[in-house]
Write a protein that binds this ligand. Structure first.
Ligand SMILES: Cc1cc2nc3c(=O)[nH]c(=O)nc-3n(C[C@H](O)[C@H](O)[C@H](O)COP(=O)(O)O)c2cc1C
Length: 242
């Protein structure tokens, strides 16, 4: 979420280690000023600053979690993003994104999907050229996740992979990151080479697996409006019978 991302980055984005260091520093200053011969006004000021630091370091964390659990907002804010900054994605965030995929529902609980995490610049560039159009922006992303399935072992490999993919996209959005799905299944180059064949060659994918899509992830560098509530296709929803 853009708004949340900004607030998080500016005000609250501190690692646990940074929070501990800040808390120790405030304690040190507090003790130092308290024992020093300073006016009661300065002592009150110190207590106030200590209180502010506490809010910033600890209380804000729970506010952040509360805002981020609002799925109604998340669904509206998620848009496809195709322009990214050069900033790397935090390893913890990558793990959370993959966690969402691994927790997603699958037919017969097979969990037969496979994911390849790509952050090598050369490989990202090669993935951009796996199909004729619509995937060029992958090379501008710091991270791509390739979603794979086994069509022989799993008759629902497309569905399972799709659910895993959108789960990752929502998790990314929740972290304030941008993402976009790049379709690879059934796509290819103008000479007839399938995207599947190209990607297989780049990433050493085993013969039994097929490529569903590539998801590009990164810190957003483009502005997207939230979904327009007034333009939702409610006419496509049929109550009771079609
Ligand atoms: C199955 C599927 C395939 C897609 N393939 C591509 C693609 O190859 N390239 C691309 O730029 N976007 C692709 N997208 C993203 C759509 O273009 C995007 O979701 C759509 O324009 C709606 O915009 P929004 O995601 O911002 O709501 C794909 C999305 C889906 C669900």
């Amino acid at each position: 979420m853009k708004q949340l991302g900004t607030v998080k980055e500016v005000l609250f984005h501190q690692s646990v280690w940074q929070r501990v260091v800040a808390a120790i520093d405030m304690c040190r200053q507090f003790i130092h000023l308290w024992v020093a011969k300073v006016s009661i006004f300065q002592k009150k000021q110190t207590i106030f600053l200590f209180f502010l630091s506490f809010i910033r370091n600890f209380a804000c964390k729970s506010i952040e979690i509360k805002i981020m659990t609002d799925f109604k907002t998340l669904a509206q804010m998620r848009r496809s993003h195709r322009k990214f900054t050069t900033q790397e994605i935090d390893a913890d965030d990558v793990r959370l994104i993959l966690r969402a995929a691994l927790m997603s529902p699958t037919s017969k609980s097979q969990r037969a999907w496979q994911f390849v995490v790509v952050d090598d610049k050369t490989d990202l560039e090669k993935l951009s050229d796996a199909k004729e159009m619509g995937g060029q922006f992958i090379k501008g992303a710091p991270l791509a996740i390739v979603v794979l399935g086994d069509p022989v072992q799993n008759d629902c490999w497309v569905e399972d992979g799709s659910i895993a993919a959108i789960s990752m996209q929502y998790q990314a959005e929740d972290l304030g990151l941008g993402s976009c799905w790049v379709q690879m299944r059934g796509r290819g180059l103008s000479d007839g080479t399938s995207a599947d064949t190209v990607i297989r060659g780049i990433l050493d994918i085993p013969e039994n697996l097929s490529v569903l899509c590539v998801l590009a992830f990164g810190h957003k560098a483009d502005e997207r409006q939230p979904q327009n509530e007034d333009k939702l296709k409610w006419e496509n929803v049929h109550l009771g019978k079609f």
